[in-house]
Design a protein around this ligand. Structure first.
Ligand SMILES: Nc1ncnc2c1ncn2[C@@H]1O[C@H](COP(=O)(O)OP(=O)(O)OP(=O)(O)O)[C@@H](O)[C@H]1O
Length: 266
C-alpha cells in the first residue's frame, strides 16, 4: 500500500484545526456560562450563523447580503457593547482557580466556616443588612477596586463591625478571596431583571454580580433578616439551620483533588 504523506499531513492539520476550535469554544462557553448577557449573545450569534448558512445553501442572495452586513457591523457592535466582558476574558486567560490555600487544614477550614456561620446568623437575627461575596473561579478584581481594600482574617466580629450602620464601610458589599476578607463597601452593577417589589437595591446588586461572575453572594435582608444566596443570576432563600451545609456545599472548601467531585457535607 502506498502511503500518501500529504493526505496524512492534511488530515492531522484538519484535526488540529477542529480540536483547537472546539477547545476555544468550550473555554469561552464555560467561562461565560453563568453570564446571562453573554449567553444571550452566543445564542444570537449562533442564530445568525445558521441563517447565513441557509441563505448560502438556498441561494437567497438579498437575504444573504443582509445577513453579511449584520455580521460585518455586528462584530464592531459586539466589541463596543461587550468591551468590559472582553477585557475580563483577556484578564482571565491563563488564570488559575482561586480556592483556599492548600496548606489550610480541615480543622482551620471548620473554624473559618464557624466564623462565617456565626456572623451571618447574628446579622440575620439582628436584622442588619449585609452583602458578603465569595470569589470562586472568576476574578472580582474590578469590583474589589470599587470598594475599600482591607486584608483581614475571616472573623465573625469583623463582619458585625463592617455591617453595623454606624460605620462608613457598611454601605455596599464585602468580598472574600480564599481565606481573606479583601474589601468592604464594594459596588456591584444591579440586575435589570424584573423582581418582586419586596426586593430592593441590595438584592438587585447581589443578583447583578451573580449574573456577570460565578461568585456566591450571601445577602441578609435588613427588613426581614432573611438570608439568601445569589448565584447564577438567581436568588435562593436559605433557612438558618441549612446555612452551614449550604455554604460548605457551594464553597467546596473541603473537596480534595482526588475526591472526584464529591462534596463534603458537615
Ligand atoms: N449596587 C450596589 N452595590 C452594592 N451594594 C448596594 C448596591 N445597591 C445597594 N446596596 C446596599 O444595599 C443597601 C440598600 O438596600 P435596600 O434597603 O434598598 O435593599 P433591599 O434589597 O430592600 O434589602 P433589605 O431587605 O435589606 O432592605 C445600601 O445601603 C447598600 O448598602
Amino acid at each position: 500500500m502506498i502511503v500518501n504523506w500529504s493526505d496524512i499531513v492534511n488530515f492531522i492539520r484538519g484535526s488540529i484545526d477542529l480540536i483547537a476550535v472546539w477547545f476555544i469554544l468550550y473555554y469561552l462557553i464555560s467561562m461565560f456560562k453563568t453570564n446571562v448577557k453573554t449567553m444571550q449573545l452566543f445564542k444570537g450569534v449562533l442564530f445568525i450563523l445558521i441563517v447565513k448558512l441557509l441563505t448560502s445553501l438556498l441561494g437567497l442572495t438579498t437575504l444573504n447580503y443582509l445577513v453579511e452586513s449584520i455580521i460585518n457591523w455586528g462584530v464592531l457592535a459586539i466589541i463596543i457593547i461587550f468591551q468590559p466582558e472582553i477585557r475580563t476574558l483577556l484578564e482571565k486567560m491563563g488564570q488559575t482557580k482561586m480556592t483556599l490555600k492548600k496548606e489550610i487544614s480541615d480543622d482551620e477550614k471548620e473554624r473559618l466556616m464557624d466564623e462565617l456561620v456565626s456572623a451571618i446568623t447574628t446579622l440575620s437575627k439582628e436584622q442588619t443588612g449585609a452583602l458578603i461575596t465569595f470569589e470562586r473561579t472568576q476574578s472580582l478584581l474590578d469590583y474589589i477596586n470599587t470598594g475599600t481594600r482591607i486584608n483581614a482574617d475571616i472573623k465573625s466580629e469583623l463582619f458585625l463591625t463592617i455591617f453595623w450602620e454606624g460605620t462608613p464601610l457598611h454601605d455596599g458589599a464585602t468580598i472574600i478571596q480564599g481565606d481573606r476578607v479583601v474589601c468592604a463597601a464594594a459596588f456591584y452593577p444591579p440586575t435589570n431583571k424584573e423582581l418582586s417589589p419586596k426586593y430592593g437595591a441590595r438584592h438587585r446588586a447581589a443578583i447583578g454580580i451573580s449574573e456577570i461572575t460565578d461568585s456566591l453572594t450571601v445577602v441578609v435582608s435588613e427588613e426581614t433578616g432573611t438570608i439568601s444566596f445569589a448565584m447564577n443570576g438567581e436568588l435562593k432563600k436559605i433557612p438558618t439551620k441549612e446555612l452551614r451545609a449550604s455554604l460548605v456545599n457551594e464553597l467546596n472548601w473541603f473537596k480534595s483533588d482526588d475526591e472526584g467531585g464529591q462534596k463534603h457535607e458537615s
